[in-house]
Design a binder for this molecule. Structure first.
Ligand SMILES: C[S@@+](CC[C@H](N)C(=O)[O-])C[C@H]1O[C@@H](n2cnc3c(N)ncnc32)[C@H](O)[C@@H]1O
Length: 360
């Protein structure tokens, strides 16, 4: 088994675990007491895991760090763990595993979460000076060939030694803005759909003869709100719906990537009367994915509501510019942008757009 620590958008651990599973297959996973991190093990080798995750289309995953050894979160234990990784005993003789050779350059990288009597710099200094002496290696902070990576999480420390470029992997958090302490994470999304219904419900003419397609639906706040005003809601997401939403008799969970949606997923329904998408996507991703799906499944003359994400807090002019680009792209796909506004429950990094499908 190989073990990894992953970081992700805080509050979206389940979605990030699902992304890992989609990329590498079955994993044993465990969440930590801290948000935005989890642990997973797989039967695959590190190289295979990194290569699959690197090429996977992920939204919430931020980084993956390989773990070779777990120990206690104190400096002596960490140094001992490093020594145990560097050498092994054979016939009573200590032999090197050649992870770091004489004269080779290395650096110690430490991330510490929790309360400890030492700092990350203390860990780097003590571990670094041990490796220098033990391996006759030299420290190079800027461009080392090897790295000793130490992840400290509460009472545990996880250690890895390897090529500097291969101890961890970073992923771009696609089109989603990290929630910060005190700010609302994606789970408050339900209120945005309440705002949508209040503002545009009459124009959209939502009623119980409608089938709605909710793309990127988990954990399911939007679908739950839509289920009150539509006859049936298809909630499309690779992640699981909350128990509250999955219990609703008129919500059908289509557990797959929205790009892979086919007519048979909608149980014989060929066209829906409303499409929504809150999948945390920036404008160009929306254009590539959402319009294509909406064109396939939305009845002509009906409406699409999407959340437009900005990768950071943008100035009004930048937001306006992105919205006019979105307008152009929408028109090319047969949609008219009716409005793109900040609803009461939009964050500072997003707006909600209402579009009408004029036809192919
Ligand atoms: C912000 S959350 C949506 C919250 C939702 N509106 C609610 O009310 O609970 C974004 C969701 O989009 C999903 N998502 C992102 N890209 C996706 C894709 N390509 N296919 C399916 N789901 C996707 C994620 O799994 C995540 O659950």
């Amino acid at each position: 088994m190989s073990d990894f620590i992953a970081t992700c958008v805080a509050g979206c651990e389940d979605q990030a675990i699902e992304e890992v599973k989609q990329a590498v297959g079955p994993v044993d996973s465990r969440r930590f007491f801290l948000k935005g991190m989890f642990f997973f093990s797989t039967v695959l080798e590190k190289k295979e895991v990194f290569s699959r995750i690197e090429s996977a289309d992920t939204v919430f995953l931020a980084s993956v760090v390989f773990c070779m050894k777990k120990t206690d979160a104190d400096i002596d234990s960490i140094v001992s763990a490093v020594k145990e990784l560097l050498v092994f005993r054979e016939d009573g003789v200590e032999r090197s595993r050649a992870l770091i050779g004489p004269g080779e350059s290395f650096r110690v990288e430490c991330n510490r979460r929790g309360t400890h009597s030492f700092s990350s710099v203390d860990v780097c200094r003590k571990t670094g000076s041990f490796v220098c002496g033990f391996c006759a290696a030299k420290v190079d902070i800027k461009n080392p060939s090897k790295a000793v990576r130490v992840e400290i999480i509460g009472r545990d420390a996880f250690v890895c030694i390897g090529l500097a470029k291969e101890v961890s992997l970073s992923k771009k958090v696609e089109g989603f803005v990290k929630s910060t302490v005190g700010k609302k994470p994606c789970f408050d999304a339900r209120n945005k759909m309440k705002d949508v219904i209040e503002k545009w419900g009459k124009l959209i003419c939502l009623d119980d003869s409608f089938c709605a397609l909710d793309l990127g639906a988990a954990p399911g706040g939007w679908s739950a709100e839509l289920s009150k005003v539509c006859g049936r809601v298809f909630a499309v997401d690779t992640a699981y719906l909350s128990q509250e939403t999955s219990c609703l008799s008129n919500v059908v969970h289509v557990k797959k990537r929205m790009g892979d949606l086919v007519e048979s997923d909608l149980g014989g329904v060929s066209k829906v009367q409303f499409v929504s998408c809150d999948a945390s996507m920036v404008v160009d991703l929306l254009e590539r994915i959402i319009f294509k799906i909406a064109k396939n499944f939305l009845e002509k003359g009906r409406f699409l509501v999407v959340t437009l994400k900005f990768p950071f807090r943008v100035k009004k002019e930048t937001a306006d510019h992105q919205i006019s680009e979105f307008d152009l792209l929408a028109r090319k796909s047969g949609f008219t942008l009716i409005e793109a506004v900040s609803l009461r429950h939009n964050t500072a990094f997003e707006k909600t757009a209402l579009l009408k499908f004029e036809g192919n």
